[in-house]
Write a protein that binds this ligand. Structure first.
Ligand code: GLC
Length: 443
């Protein structure tokens, strides 16, 4: 039986446990900076602080390069003609969707599919090569130089066997050789955050942070090489980009029972705590768990869970975003949207769903802003220099109102200093940046 009278207090409680006050965000900032220091020192902690063996571009990098962008829903290949003058380059790109089988079988299946895709793309190019290619691989990699790196562990639901612990450039080269593709030389390997930062910095010299808010989330930033207390091998530069793997941040985060349930059922329990509260892969699922709970307690949909909310992982964050698109008091737009997904909702149900969506995405935007502020203020607390963060990813670019709420929180946290940190959207940054990195490293 439906119990709508109890709904309001239950929604209040839900909002309460998902709302992060300013003082809690300040705790998050302090803990995040402490974890950064630990990671640089090689002490146990939740931030890996991985060296990337690359520093910012000059903006004068020039010429044609290939970029392979792997790690989200689509694999993309891009031909980038870097103009050498800090302007947006010309792109020619193609993409294909990896199947569930591609990402969950093994290395040869995954890299074989990618190599065949590259082969098809090259056939359409007027130029036979050789091509210098930069490879964006959007997972945690232990690099020892710019052109090699072992996968530390899968995230975002990927599980292909036999790849963890292996050099992914070597796996790609083998697959290319097996397909008879000799025109491509993989000259560099990078994480998507590093790619985004390098693309952002190619266009804007103030850029010193890269941030991805998409299927997963992560940040990188520019650090003095001497700040590494852990051994990083040979690297002559004074500065280096550090891939934090910030999605794994796990201190001062207050986890709700829904977060605990989501984590326990995930492919990587106990890991990526911040990512599971913030990124696109998980927002829909968090909302679904809350909705299922409210329905189970008889407060929504007359106590019967609509089919669309029944299966774990099936209610995507894009849908949450669509629910939030309608601000009307009656939530008429939400109801008609729900109808297209086969959900018959009354006005109360529709408004409650929108409340759940707002609370889940609001928490994500606030946390994303706090860790960004933490990163930038670690080395420049008073923001004496101008900083820009290059940001890319579907959540940031497409989720209804996400960007605005994130920027609002940055202003709340930085107050009068907020002008010292700009957020620069860099669409396709992770691909374009791989070309910049290829150019810097083949200089
Ligand atoms: C996951 C990966 C990380 C990547 C991020 C965004 O957190 O571990 O390497 O940068 O997703 O794609």
């Amino acid at each position: 039986m439906s119990n709508p009278i109890a709904l309001e207090p239950a929604l209040d409680r839900m909002r309460k446990i998902l709302t992060i006050s300013e003082s809690r965000l300040r705790n998050v900032i302090l803990s995040f900076q402490e974890e950064m220091r630990r990671g640089l020192a090689g002490e146990p902690g939740s931030l890996k602080m991985l060296p990337t063996y690359i520093d910012l571009p000059t903006g004068r990098e020039k010429g044609p390069f290939l970029a392979l962008d792997l790690g989200g829903t689509n694999v993309r290949i891009i031909r980038v003609d870097l103009p050498g003058d800090r302007t947006v380059p010309r792109f020619l790109s193609d993409h294909f969707r990896l199947s569930r089988r591609d990402i969950s079988t093994d290395g040869p299946v995954l890299f074989g599919a990618i190599a065949r895709f590259i082969g098809r793309f090259l056939q359409g190019q007027g130029r036979t090569g050789p091509w210098n290619m930069g490879f964006t691989f959007s997972f945690a990699i232990r690099q020892s130089s710019i052109d090699r790196g072992e996968l530390i562990g899968w995230t975002k639901g990927w599980t292909a066997e036999g790849v963890v612990g292996r050099d992914v450039v070597d796996l790609l080269n083998r697959a290319l050789a097996a397909e008879g593709i000799a025109a491509v030389k993989v000259v560099s390997l990078n994480n998507d955050t590093t790619g985004t930062l390098m693309a952002g910095a190619y266009l804007d010299p103030d850029c010193d942070v890269g941030c991805i808010l998409g299927t997963g989330t992560n940040m990188c930033y520019r650090e003095r090489t001497s700040s590494f207390r852990k051994p990083i091998g040979h690297y002559p530069g004074e500065f280096m980009i550090v891939n934090m793997e910030s999605g794994n941040f796990d201190a001062a985060l207050l986890r709700t029972p829904y977060d605990a349930l989501l984590d326990a059922r995930s492919e990587n329990p106990g890991l990526q705590a911040e990512e599971k509260m913030v990124s696109g892969k998980y927002l829909g699922e968090t909302a679904r768990l809350i909705i299922a709970d409210l329905v189970g307690r008889g407060m929504l949909f007359g106590g019967r869970l609509p089919e669309a909310f029944a299966a774990p992982g099936e209610f995507g964050s894009e849908r949450l975003s669509e629910i939030e698109e309608d601000p009307s008091p009656t939530a008429e737009g939400v109801r008609s949207r729900l109808k297209t997904w086969g959900i018959e909702a009354g006005g109360v149900d529709a408004r409650a769903l929108r409340e759940v969506a707002r609370a889940v995405s609001g928490r994500a935007a606030r946390l994303a802003a706090a860790v960004l502020v933490a990163c930038v203020t670690k080395n420049d607390p008073a923001l004496e220099r101008a900083h820009a963060a290059a940001v890319d990813g579907s959540l940031y670019q497409k989720y209804s109102g996400f960007r605005g709420r994130m920027e609002e929180t940055v202003r709340e946290l930085l107050g009068a200093r907020a002008g010292g940190l700009r957020l620069n959207p860099v669409p396709d940054g992770s691909g374009f940046g791989a070309a910049v990195i290829a150019a810097v490293s083949s200089r």
